[in-house]
Design a protein around this ligand. Structure first.
Ligand SMILES: Nc1ncnc2c1ncn2[C@@H]1O[C@H](COP(=O)(O)OP(=O)(O)OP(=O)(O)O)[C@@H](O)[C@H]1O
Length: 266
C-alpha cells in the first residue's frame, strides 16, 4: 500500500453501521382506523431499540410490520435490505412464552434448531439455556418450571437461530416485579454479549431506559414518533442497581415519561 493510500485510510470517515431496519413513510390502517404512521425510522445493526408509549399507540403493530406479519398500508420496510417475511430473519418473543407443552425444555430448543437446519446436540441445547441463566432444566417439561424460567426458554429459543433480528413484544409484562427485574438485567447482558439488533416493545418507562440503547416514544392513534432518544448509559460493567441509581438514568426516565404523558389525554 502506498503512503497516500495509508493516509486516505487514516483520514477516512468512520464507516456507519449497516442498516438492520429501514422504515420509509410507513402507515398501517385496520379498516378506517390508522393505527400507525407515517413513520420514518432507520435502525443500525447492533442497536437495542425500545418502542414505548401508551396502550393502543401502535407499538405491537409496528413490531408486527417489522416481523412481516402485517403489510404496510403505505410506505416500505426493509430488514437487512429486503422486505420482511414471517418466520425469516427474526427471533420472536411474546408476552406469553408459547412453548410446546408436549415437549421438554430441551425439546423446545431442539425444534427451533431443527427448523433452522442446525445441528442439534445436548451440548448446544445446554449452552443456549446457560446463556439465559438456566442449568439442568433441559429434561424437564415446560410446566415443571416457573413462568420466569419459561420466558427465559422462549428467549433462548429466539437466540438459538442465528437471526440478525430479535423482536420482543412485552416479554416480561406477565411476570412478577422481582422476576421481571432479574430478566431485564439478564437480557441486558445477553444483548451486550451477542450484539444482536433488537426491537423491544414495552409500556414501562423504567424498562425502556434500562434496556434500550435508543428509545422511541410513539404518540397515540395514530402512532408516530414523539421522541427519538439515544440512551448513552454504560451497557456493561455496571450492576442494575448502580445503573438505576445514576442521575442520568433518572433524567432520561423523566424525559421519556414526560414525552408519553404530554401526548395522552385521560
Ligand atoms: N387486528 C386488528 N384489527 C383491528 N384493529 C387493530 C388490530 N390490532 C390492533 N388494532 C388497533 O390498532 C391500534 C394499535 O394497536 P396496537 O396493539 O398496535 O397498540 P399497542 O401500542 O401495542 O397497544 P398495547 O400497549 O395495549 O398492547 C389500536 O387502536 C388497536 O385497537
Amino acid at each position: 500500500m502506498s503512503s497516500a493510500d495509508a493516509t486516505r485510510l487514516v483520514d477516512a470517515e468512520p464507516v456507519a453501521a449497516a442498516e438492520a431496519i429501514r422504515i420509509d413513510g410507513v402507515t398501517h390502517s385496520y379498516g378506517d382506523v390508522t393505527a400507525v404512521g407515517p413513520i420514518d425510522l432507520t435502525v443500525p445493526q447492533g442497536e437495542f431499540l425500545v418502542l414505548v408509549g401508551a396502550s393502543g399507540c401502535g407499538k405491537s403493530t409496528l413490531l408486527r410490520l417489522i416481523a412481516g406479519f402485517e403489510q404496510p398500508t403505505d410506505g416500505t420496510i426493509h430488514t437487512d435490505g429486503t422486505a420482511p417475511e414471517p418466520g425469516r430473519g427474526a427471533g420472536l418473543v411474546f408476552q406469553q412464552p408459547r412453548l410446546f407443552p408436549w415437549k421438554t425444555v430441551g425439546g423446545n430448543i431442539a425444534l427451533a434448531l431443527e427448523y433452522a437446519g442446525q445441528t442439534v446436540t445436548p451440548a448446544r441445547i445446554d449452552e443456549l439455556l446457560a446463556r439465559v441463566g438456566l442449568h439442568d432444566v433441559a429434561h424437564r417439561r415446560t410446566w415443571q418450571i416457573s413462568g420466569g424460567q419459561q420466558q427465559r426458554v422462549a428467549i433462548a429459543r429466539a437466540l438459538a437461530v442465528d437471526n440478525p433480528l430479535l423482536l420482543l413484544d412485552e416479554p416480561f409484562a406477565a411476570l412478577d416485579a422481582l422476576t421481571r427485574e432479574k430478566l431485564q438485567d439478564d437480557l441486558r447482558q445477553v444483548s451486550a454479549s451477542t450484539g444482536r439488533t433488537s426491537v423491544f416493545v414495552t409500556h414501562s418507562v423504567d424498562e425502556a431506559v434500562f434496556l434500550g440503547s435508543r428509545v422511541v416514544v410513539l404518540t397515540p392513534q395514530p402512532g408516530t414518533i414523539a421522541l427519538d432518544l439515544r440512551i448513552d448509559l454504560p451497557r456493561t460493567g455496571v450492576t442494575a442497581d448502580d445503573l438505576r441509581a445514576l442521575p442520568e438514568f433518572a433524567a432520561l426516565r423523566t424525559e421519556v415519561g414526560h414525552a408519553i404523558r404530554d401526548r395522552v389525554t385521560v
